[in-house]
Design a protein around this ligand. Structure first.
Ligand SMILES: Nc1nc2c(ncn2[C@@H]2O[C@H](COP(=O)(O)OP(=O)(O)OP(=O)(O)O)[C@@H](O)[C@H]2O)c(=O)[nH]1
Ligand SMILES: [Mg+2]
Length: 335
C-alpha cells in the first residue's frame, strides 16, 4: 500500500478517488489539493464548513505537549471571548496581535497592548505584528527563541487571523524552503495541522483555527468578500449624528440613532465600503434583516463580527439591522 500523503497547502489527506470530497487531486504525484491549487492560482474560493469539535480535539492534543504556543488574534476582529482558546492550553503562550498595518498609523502598539491586558489575559508575552507588511517579525522570532521549550512551536487561533500568513512570512525570512501554505480571505482555509520545519532548531505547526459562526465572511458572496479585505491602512469615517438619523453600510446593515444627544460615530471598516447617512424615516427597512437594540455607554464600540466596528462617543440607544447570523456586540472603545 502506498504511504498517505497530505496537502502541503492546507494539510488535508490527498485522494484521487472522489472529486467532490476534500483533498482531491487528479494524480497522487501532486503536492497540493485541487482546492488549494485553485485558490493559489485563480483566487477561486471554495467554502468548507468545519466543526469546532475537531479543532478542540487538536487544541487538547497541543495542550498535552509542553510546547510553546503562538495565539494569533486579528486586531481588526478581536475575539469576543479571547480566553476561549487559552482554556484548552496550559502551555506557555505568546499572544500575537496581527494585521497592525490595517489600523490607523496613529494607534500605538503600547495602547493596544494595554487594552488587551485590561481584558485579564495571561500570556508569557504580547506582541503586535503585521505578517503581510513584515512588522515586528524579527522581534517575534526573538521572543519565540526566548520562550520555546523544544524545537516545536504551535500556531493557533480563530480562523482567518493570519496564522498561515505568519508562517509563510517566517518561512520566507528564516528558511530556505520553497513551501507556501495556502491563505485566503475565507475562514477555514487550512483544514488540518501542517508541520513546517524552518531549520534544525525550529518546527512550526499550523492549525485550522476555531470557527466563528457569527463572522460576516461566512455569509457574503465572493465579490463582497474581496471588499472586506484590508489591503491598506484603514481610513476611519466620522459622522455627526442625531436622533432620527441612520447610517447605512453598503447593503450590509443599517444603524438607527434612536435616543440620545448629538453624537459622533466613527466607522472602522474596510475602505471600499460605502456609507450613507440619511433620515431614518426615508429609509425603508432592508429586507430580511434582524433588529437588535443596544444601550451604548460612554466611549463604546459596536462590533460587527468580521466587518469592523463603530466607535460611539456619548451614551445613546441604537438599533442595528443586519443578517440574523452575523454576530454583533459591544465593548469599551479599542481606539
Ligand atoms: N491587512 C492584513 N491582512 C492579513 C495579515 N495577515 C493575514 N492577512 C489576511 O487575512 C486573511 C486570512 O489569512 P490566513 O493566513 O489564511 O489566515 P489563517 O488564520 O491561516 O486562516 P484559516 O486557515 O482559515 O484558519 C487573508 O486575506 C490574509 O491576506 C496582515 O498582517 N495584514
Ligand atoms: Mg490557515
Amino acid at each position: 500500500m502506498s504511504k498517505k500523503k497530505y496537502c502541503l497547502g492546507c494539510g488535508i489527506l490527498l485522494q484521487n478517488e472522489n472529486i467532490t470530497q476534500e483533498g482531491y487531486v487528479t494524480s497522487l504525484e501532486n503536492n497540493i489539493c485541487q482546492r488549494c491549487f485553485r485558490m493559489k492560482n485563480y483566487g477561486e474560493y471554495q467554502v468548507v464548513t468545519k466543526s469546532n469539535e475537531e479543532y478542540i480535539e487538536i487544541l487538547k492534543t497541543v495542550g498535552k505537549t509542553k510546547n510553546l504556543v503562538l495565539h494569533i488574534v486579528d486586531l481588526l476582529n478581536i475575539d469576543k471571548d479571547i480566553h476561549a482558546i487559552r482554556e484548552y492550553l496550559p502551555n506557555k503562550m505568546i499572544l500575537v496581535l496581527n494585521k497592525k498595518d490595517a489600523l490607523p498609523k496613529s494607534v500605538k502598539d503600547e495602547k493596544i497592548i494595554e487594552y488587551i491586558q485590561s481584558l485579564d489575559v495571561t500570556y508569557e508575552d504580547i506582541i503586535v505584528i503585521s505578517a503581510n507588511k513584515n512588522y515586528n517579525i524579527d522581534l517575534l522570532m526573538k521572543k519565540i527563541k526566548k520562550y520555546k521549550t523544544s524545537d516545536k512551536v504551535y500556531v493557533v487561533g480563530h480562523t482567518n487571523t493570519g496564522k498561515s500568513s505568519l508562517i509563510n512570512r517566517l518561512i520566507k525570512d528564516y528558511s530556505e524552503s520553497e513551501n507556501e501554505l495556502t491563505i485566503s480571505p475565507l475562514p477555514s482555509t487550512t483544514l488540518n495541522t501542517v508541520t513546517i520545519t524552518l531549520n534544525k532548531d525550529l518546527t512550526l505547526i499550523d492549525t485550522p483555527g476555531l470557527v466563528d459562526r457569527g463572522n460576516i465572511a461566512n455569509y457574503v458572496d465572493s465579490s463582497m468578500l474581496k471588499k472586506l479585505i484590508h489591503k491598506k491602512e484603514m481610513k476611519p469615517k466620522t459622522f455627526q449624528i442625531k436622533k432620527g438619523q441612520c447610517l447605512v453600510i453598503d447593503n450590509i446593515c443599517r444603524i438607527d440613532y434612536q435616543e440620545g444627544d448629538r453624537n459622533s460615530f466613527t466607522l472602522y471598516i474596510p475602505n471600499g465600503l460605502k456609507v450613507r447617512k440619511m433620515n431614518a424615516s426615508r429609509q425603508t427597512i432592508m429586507k430580511d434583516l434582524a433588529k437588535t437594540t443596544y444601550e451604548m455607554k460612554y466611549r463604546e464600540d459596536l462590533v460587527i463580527n468580521g466587518l469592523g466596528w463603530v466607535k460611539v462617543v456619548e451614551k445613546c440607544t441604537i438599533d442595528i439591522y443586519i443578517d440574523k447570523d452575523i454576530e454583533t456586540f459591544t465593548r469599551k472603545s479599542l481606539i
